[in-house]
Design a protein around this ligand. Sequence first.
Ligand SMILES: C[S@@+](CC[C@H](N)C(=O)[O-])C[C@H]1O[C@@H](n2cnc3c(N)ncnc32)[C@H](O)[C@@H]1O
Length: 167
Amino acid sequence: MKVYIIDYHKDDPKKCTGKKLVKLHFAELTRQGKGIILDPYSIRTLSILDKDIAKKAGITIVDTSWNETSEIEFRNIKGEHRRLPILFAGNPTNYGIAYKLSSIEALIAALYIINEVEESLKIANLIKWGHTFLELNKELLESYRNKSESEIIKIEKEIIEKILREP
Ligand SMILES: C[S@@+](CC[C@H](N)C(=O)[O-])C[C@H]1O[C@@H](n2cnc3c(N)ncnc32)[C@H](O)[C@@H]1O
């Protein structure tokens, strides 16, 4: 799978997981979006139905800062924008926070959801807390894997309702 990074250079370069993917030759830098754009503000949800586009044109991650980002940064990027369904960050900065994934976690999740599990695990091995992320989201990722967009939205709704019911 081709992976692209649009790097807005907003985070500490030492901690930046988008840069790490590029450095380790698992991604290429780009200025334009290609294929599936991982966009947390998108109204469309990533699913197995996006696998063909991802295979043909790749997956683009937008490496920016969660503290400074907004919808505007994503709006003009060409491509098929998709958000990820609820998942919890496993990285030390945003540990346990829903939806706020690092670039590398977003890639691990996207590959898993489109049923590229082996590649997802390979990416998870690149970072210390890759397996923390997988462990934390094991059941969620498995429930989203290989499912259509409408199925994923239904599963996500049930999960959110369950969380809200918990004391
Ligand atoms: C906001 S940046 C933060 C990057 C940080 N510098 C790092 O080193 O990981 C994370 C990127 O991963 C993707 N991403 C993270 N969480 C996502 C979600 N819930 N839905 C879609 N894409 C997501 C997006 O491309 C997003 O811009």
